[in-house]
Design a protein around this ligand. Structure first.
Ligand SMILES: *[C@@H]1O[C@H](CO)[C@@H](O)[C@H](O)[C@H]1NC(C)=O
Ligand SMILES: *[C@@H]1O[C@H](CO)[C@@H](O)[C@H](O)[C@H]1NC(C)=O
Ligand SMILES: *[C@@H]1O[C@H](CO)[C@@H](O)[C@H](O)[C@H]1NC(C)=O
Ligand SMILES: *[C@@H]1O[C@H](CO)[C@@H](O)[C@H](O)[C@H]1NC(C)=O
Ligand SMILES: *[C@@H]1O[C@H](CO)[C@@H](O)[C@H](O)[C@H]1NC(C)=O
Ligand SMILES: *[C@@H]1O[C@H](CO)[C@@H](O)[C@H](O)[C@H]1NC(C)=O
Ligand SMILES: *[C@@H]1O[C@H](CO)[C@@H](O)[C@H](O)[C@H]1NC(C)=O
Ligand SMILES: *[C@@H]1O[C@H](CO)[C@@H](O)[C@H](O)[C@H]1NC(C)=O
Length: 662
């Protein structure tokens, strides 16, 4: 009795010495050592002297620097990129950047500039990008042109510019991106922009200016992109850019724009005199949409009619044989046949996503599109009782099919008979109902399929042969589906997926996975089991692989046996964040491993202790649990043990004497 009491005291003393440590830091955040820093929103009134001279990228936004002077940045000789968004800068004096020879980007967004010295931007050898959004500029002449010849990007959006008047020394040599969005430009004359004839392949943005008149022929150049989004006068703009060439032309509008006039049959006539490849008309309204409206669109490669309030494309459209991509998203088609697909025989890409009413698939509506590779029918309220062989009839080149976020698809036998070319199938967030116990797998002919997204599709994973034939599948997303009794069935579910690399089983309310489930998946490299109900980590099954990424975040794992974690292959990364991990001696094996293996764990900030209470929320990486015996502990234990021995000896002696007396 006395002896066991002594042992108890010794054990308590030995274990009572668990300790913890913590560390912290403040001011500018180092993003990349010696190179990139963020001092965002610290209320600073000067550049901190602590920033090293090697700093290349500095985010100094939301501080207070009313004026920029020669000395302001002189210590930062290596600066490449400087963000001064909303620093209350009003004055930029001579040579403010004189010592920043390497500087390429200056962002001055949201500073009300009152004075820019003539030599404000002198210094940098090759200033590439100047962002002057929301700086209160009302004329281009306010900007000193000295040393801007290297500019490839000049952004002047959201200012008060009403007249363009680009000066003769405007930096055209390298200019690729010139942005005047959201200004007050109404009229553009040929003289205003004649200097731009020296540019080529430029992106020029005028969206959000209510342009009422452009002098015919004002723009004469090869553009990459021209954006007149929201302009009221499309015929005027088209006359202004006649004889120009542009890859893309934006003539759409925006929800928050004042109402712009409808597109009537004559409005697009001017397109016959402009060479355009991709035309965007989003959010416009058409009036009397007819086949004749397309006669100047015959050279297009892409036509974007997103949200143009149409319910049908007219029959009789002809000459559209060059069109490769047609975007009809966010319209109100009742029936897939309403898009007159026969008029666009060369389409490779067709997007009808976000249809505003239930889209009926019908049968053979896209029959003529033998070159179609990419079909997006997501978010279109589709409900189909016998999907989808008839609906997709003729689409034998299809590689990409997006049917996600629809209502309900029932598969009777084969999902898509002509789908031999299909490489990606996304049915996520669509209720997928497969006929009970089909004789063969519904996807069995999709031999080239590489990506299958069945996330949140209410799929019955107990369906026999579900993944039959998918021998080229690389990624399978089964997240947010419920498995019967929370267990992935260990029968042949994944057996045929010999090329599978990525398996996502997150949010499936799983409590256990049988080791045999992954049997035969020799190429597996990424398994996501996060947001489940696992209480234990099972890793043994992965030990034969070369490397693995395992995500067990947001589970219920308290204790991780060290042999489990050590059985992971050499090149592994594991995410164990947001588990109720025990930072006690019962988990010491794991905690020790963790400290030595920070290169193998992801999200150390989120990997925190939940117990003991004193450590709850502390990142595991900052905690040191020591379960050894400290010096004081050893002394105490030795003393206790010695006295125990003494007591025992004395006790034995005492009893012996007493018994002898009897
Ligand atoms: C950062 O700069 C310091 C001081 O110049 C230097 O000792 C250190 O090696 C540098 N670190 C890196 C990662 O470049
Ligand atoms: C034209 O500009 C675009 C976008 O800036 C770029 O992707 C493209 O390569 C450029 N083309 C030529 C021929 O320079
Ligand atoms: C456009 O080119 C045509 C044919 O070369 C020419 O007749 C016409 O005057 C040009 N338009 C403008 C505004 O320069
Ligand atoms: C759409 O197509 C269906 C089926 O072909 C047809 O009944 C309907 O009239 C068409 N709707 C419009 C607006 O053309
Ligand atoms: C399918 O469409 C949805 C919604 O439009 C989108 O979120 C998803 O990324 C698309 N799938 C693929 C593979 O691009
Ligand atoms: C389905 O998964 C694919 C591949 O991870 C992804 O690109 C796509 O966006 C997902 N679809 C949806 C609707 O999230
Ligand atoms: C799933 O399929 C299996 C096998 O066909 C069947 O026994 C089970 O009832 C199905 N579960 C549901 C919820 O339909
Ligand atoms: C760890 O996994 C969780 C859940 O999937 C995710 O939110 C988090 O971003 C992951 N951590 C990292 C660093 O990727």
């Amino acid at each position: 009795m006395v002896r066991s009491f002594c042992l108890l005291i010794a054990a308590v003393l030995a274990c009572a010495s668990c300790r913890a440590t913590h560390m912290m830091d403040a001011t500018c955040t180092e993003i990349t050592t010696n190179k990139s820093y963020s001092c965002e929103g610290l209320g600073l009134r000067e550049i901190p002297g602590s920033l090293p001279v090697t700093t290349e990228i500095l985010d100094f936004s939301f501080n207070v620097l009313p004026s920029l002077q020669k000395s302001t940045f002189s210590g930062l000789e290596s600066l490449l990129h400087l963000d001064l968004t909303r620093c209350q800068i009003n004055w930029v004096y001579e040579d403010a950047f004189h010592n920043n020879r390497q500087l390429q980007t200056i962002v001055l967004t949201g500073n009300l500039l009152m004075f820019l010295s003539d030599s404000a931007f002198a210094g940098p050898l090759s200033l590439r990008e100047l962002v002057l959004t929301q700086t209160g500029i009302s004329t281009i002449s306010f900007i000193p042109m000295t040393n801007l010849d290297s500019l490839d990007t000049l952004i002047l959006g959201s200012n008060h510019i009403s007249s363009l008047q680009l000066p003769p020394n405007f930096p055209t040599k390298n200019l690729k991106h010139l942005d005047f969005q959201m200004n007050h430009i109404r009229v553009i004359t040929a003289k205003d922009v004649s200097i731009l004839q020296k540019t080529s392949n430029m992106t020029l943005i005028f969206k959000g200016n209510n342009i009422l008149h452009v002098e015919p022929g004002a723009f004469r150049s090869h553009f990459y992109s021209l954006d007149f989004g929201g302009c009221a006068d499309i015929p005027g703009v088209l006359a202004g850019i006649q004889n120009s060439t542009t890859q893309t032309l934006w003539l759409g509008t925006f929800n928050d724009m004042e109402k712009v006039p409808d597109i009537t049959p004559g409005v697009l006539e001017g397109l016959c005199k402009v060479s355009v490849k991709d035309l965007y008309l989003q959010l416009r309204h058409f009036k009397n949409l007819n086949a004749a409206m397309f006669h100047c669109l015959t050279k297009l490669r892409k036509l974007d009619l997103t949200h143009t309030h149409i319910s049908a494309l007219p029959p009789g459209i002809s000459g559209m044989g060059s069109l490769r991509e047609l975007v009809l998203s966010f319209n109100s088609f009742q029936h897939l046949c309403n898009i007159s697909s026969a008029a666009f025989p060369s389409l490779t890409h067709l997007h009808i996503k976000g249809n505003l009413q239930a889209l009926q698939l019908g049968s053979g509506c896209l029959e003529g599109l033998t070159e179609l590779q990419h079909l997006d029918l997501s978010h279109s309220h589709i409900e189909s009782l016998n999907c989808c062989s008839k609906a997709l009839n003729g689409l034998s080149s299809l590689k990409f099919l997006n049917l996600s976020h629809n209502t309900k698809l029932q598969i009777q036998d084969m999902f898509f008979r002509e789908g031999a070319s299909l490489e990606l199938l996304d049915v996520a967030f669509t209720h997928l109902h497969i006929a009970r116990d089909p004789l063969q797998g519904p996807f069995r002919n999709l031999h080239l399929l590489q990506v299958l997204n069945l996330s949140s599709s209410y799929i019955n994973a107990s369906t026999q042969h579900l993944f039959q034939g998918l021998e080229n599948l690389v990624l399978l997303d089964l997240s947010q589906n419920i498995f019967e009794s929370g267990i992935v069935p260990k029968d042949k579910l994944f057996q045929q997926l010999s090329n599978l690399e990525v398996l996502i089983l997150s949010s499936c309310e799983l409590t256990a996975v049988d080791n045999q489930v992954f049997h035969g998946l020799a190429k597996l490299r990424h398994v996501d089991l996060s947001h489940n109900k696992f209480t234990a980590l099972s890793t043994g099954v992965f030990s034969k692989l070369k490397s693995i990424y395992l995500n067990f975040a947001y589970n219920r794992i308290r204790i991780v046996p060290r042999d489990q974690i050590e059985s992971l292959p050499g090149h592994s990364v594991i995410n164990l964040s947001y588990n109720p991990l025990a930072c006690t001696c019962s988990n010491i094996g794991f905690i020790t491993w963790y400290g030595q293996s920070l290169d193998k764990v992801e999200d150390p900030e989120g990997t925190t202790c939940s117990e003991p209470k004193s450590l709850a929320g502390a990142p595991l990486a900052t905690v040191a649990v020591s379960c050894g015996i400290s010096t004081a502990g050893i002394v105490a234990v030795v003393l206790v043990l010695l006295s125990c021995v003494a007591i025992s000896i004395w006790g034995a002696h005492y009893f012996k004497q007493n018994y002898q007396q009897i």
